[in-house]
Write a protein that binds this ligand. Sequence first.
Ligand code: NAD
Length: 363
Amino acid sequence: MPYDVTLIPGDGTGPEITEATRRVLEATGVEFRWHMQEAGLSVLEKTGTVLPEEVIASIRQTKVGLKGPITTPVGKGFRSANVALRKSLDLYANLRPAKSYPGLRSRYENIDLIIVRENTEDLYAGIEFQRGTPELDELIDFINRAAKQKLNPDAAISIKYISVAASRRIVKFAFDYARENGRRKVTAVHKANIMKFSDGLFLSTAQEVAKEYPDIQFEDRIVDNMCMQLVQKPELYDVLVLPNLYGDILSDLSAGLIGGLGVAPGANIGTDYAVFEPVHGSAPKYAGQNKVNPMAMMFSGVLMLRHLKERDAAKRLESALASVIAEGKYVTYDLKPRPDDPTAVGTSQVADAVIARMREQNR
Ligand code: NAD
């Protein structure tokens, strides 16, 4: 029986890397029935939204999505389709592994970190008040009275919202992941020394949950110290669990430790549905040029195969990717010693090389 998977190419360079990823996934021998859905800038003009209802409906039906990146304008315009998708399907856990492979150009070797980012709350919950609106004036009045502050009337406000329920389920997810995948330690990352109520609540909830997992070590780190520690001694860390904003930032930092965004995969997982996508964005300046690295999305495909319990296929695809990286010949510009290296290949040639490598390994 083929697996039903919703395939969302996204926009910018998304369609190219999605096509390359679809090809390598099919070459594993696992059968898929792709449910193609458009989201992002490509449908905005036609439908007036970057996330048409059919996309959500399709994932509700297939339960699994594989998604290319989608552009979100900075500081203006529509809200992020990515955030909306995660919220509407309650994909509360964002899993972002950062693993070194020989051949990746990086200052570090042997990085093996799992970032577990809370995906529904915090400053990303979309509770924002625009400067000069009556709602904000009312809020500023309230804050001035209730918190004995004197806020500037020309401010804008975004709310940092953290609940026990969401903190509890994300920390449990991190511990369950650690247990199921033979990991030794979970580190909760926060800024509870300053944000005593919101991050304080995240930390105290994490400490409570940790008691239910005596077989896994637990510790916590303040987020600024964590950044320095990850740069100085990343080998000390294993699974990190973080509220939304810190998780977003530290997963890019971790991608930097392993050789860049071109190889950093991600998964958005909820109780009922899961959507797999690269950490990187739509890199629009390279759209249509057959230039960017499809490996981050292919590694996201590896995560999807594991989620579907196709462990052998996941292993074969991961090892073919590792072998192509180690050889360093059929890789895109970002994995070459210099970005203008004339021997860099294009997006689709990487797919050809990975498919050829899987065939060789099968012989
Ligand atoms: P980006 O990740 O798109 O690109 C930053 C730079 O990283 C690129 O200019 C490129 O040099 C490099 N890069 C990224 N992906 C690469 C790849 N596969 N291969 C080689 N090099 C790669 O980040 P940005 O420029 O900040 O964001 C562009 C758009 O993407 C924004 O609209 C942003 O909102 C959106 N975005 C979407 C998602 C998502 O869909 N999940 C995630 C992050 C950003």
